[in-house]
Ligand binder design. Structure first.
Ligand code: 6PG
Length: 237
């Protein structure tokens, strides 16, 4: 990873807006554009920006939405990544219902990981399904999607999806596995805030415990870009 992998902005708002414009631009090139979303704080800013600035875009017919990870809760639960996206985006722009590929968080986790993997596989090319873009966050512990440091084996899991577990709450999650994330045409980390700086610093400089952070093992076949604010990379690059 080099400086060229980073796009740096002054604030989380500017970071999310710049990425939002980039996402919509990338989707113009395709008749269908398959993107996996992330949960977390910066995507909330992204979805608000898209719903306000691309309200009537024709591109909503092109983009198919999936999730890189989802909590095993009902779609009406405040913990649901789908609920957050629905409230901030899908309820405000004309995304066809068939373009939203929701993880059925209300289902049995193991069964849903299989089902969702089959849905992804049936919509995307490749023995290992290839997304046009996967958007990822990174936790302060270096986790990404729902691959946490205590479950590094998910980085090599042969399935499309797997059941993960939050290290503190024990909450079950369905997550894309490392091989699917790394098969993507493009992976974009959307990471902001000073709390992320230590892990980005260790990963970028391959120092200290960098190998124990799942985010350090995301090296896609395609393009890797980090959309970050200045605080997240202060003193790093
Ligand atoms: C989730 C996300 C998760 C998130 C990171 C960063 O379901 O919570 O997919 O991986 O991206 O925890 O979250 P913040 O951006 O809120 O720090």
């Amino acid at each position: 990873m080099t400086k060229d992998n980073f796009k740096i902005f002054d604030t989380p708002q500017q970071t999310a807006e710049a990425f939002g414009d980039y996402l919509m631009k990338q989707s113009e090139a395709k008749t269908s554009f398959h993107v996996a979303l992330s949960g977390g704080s910066t995507p909330k800013i992204l979805f608000d920006y898209l719903s306000e600035n691309y309200t009537e875009s024709e591109l909503w017919k092109t983009i198919h939405f999936y999730w890189g990870d989802e909590r095993c809760v009902a779609p009406t639960d405040d913990q649901s990544n789908y609920k957050m996206t629905k409230e901030r985006l899908f309820d405000k722009v004309p995304v066809p219902a068939d373009n939203v590929h929701r993880v059925l968080g209300e289902n049995d986790p193991e069964g849903e990981a299989v089902r969702y993997g089959q849905e992804v596989q049936s919509n995307l090319p490749g023995n290992v399904p290839v997304f046009d873009m996967i958007i990822l966050g990174m936790g302060e512990d270096g986790h990404t999607a729902s691959i946490f440091p205590h479950q590094m084996e998910l980085l090599k899991n042969p399935g499309v999806c797997a059941v993960a577990e939050h290290p503190e709450s024990g909450q079950k999650r369905v997550t894309l596995t490392g091989p699917v994330i790394n098969a993507a045409k493009e992976v974009v980390f959307l990471v902001t805030g000073e709390g992320k700086q230590p892990k980005i610093n260790e990963i970028y400089h391959q120092q200290r415990d960098w190998k124990s952070y799942p985010a350090a093992h995301i090296n896609p076949v395609g393009r890797l870009v980090w959309y970050v604010d200045a605080k997240a990379v202060e003193g790093v690059l």
